[in-house]
Design a protein around this ligand. Structure first.
Ligand code: FES
Length: 82
């Protein structure tokens, strides 16, 4: 993960020596399409160096095709997958 991808609070936590808290596997990222953090990790082959690509997730899982809250909150969860 690149420091440029972190928001202010995540960057401060990182500088303070704290880890960015990862989202638990079973948490639904997209409730409308029932897509969990584990589904997304599996889709990206559990590769911690991969960039979580929203367009790929939209295509694969239909993220955003319901209420769109998962898309609107993308910046809040994208760095907590890996
Ligand atoms: S939570 Fe993803 S479309 Fe509603």
């Amino acid at each position: 993960m690149d420091e440029d991808d972190l928001d202010f609070f995540e960057l401060e936590s990182l500088r303070a020596g704290e880890r960015v808290e990862l989202i638990p596997d079973e948490t639904l990222i997209c409730e409308c399409m029932c897509v969990s953090a584990k589904d997304i990790r599996k889709f990206f082959n559990n590769d911690p160096n991969v960039e979580v690509d929203l367009d790929l997730l939209k295509k694969e899982f239909g993220l955003g095709s319901g209420c769109s809250s998962c898309v609107k909150s993308f910046s809040q969860w994208k760095n907590k997958i890996f």
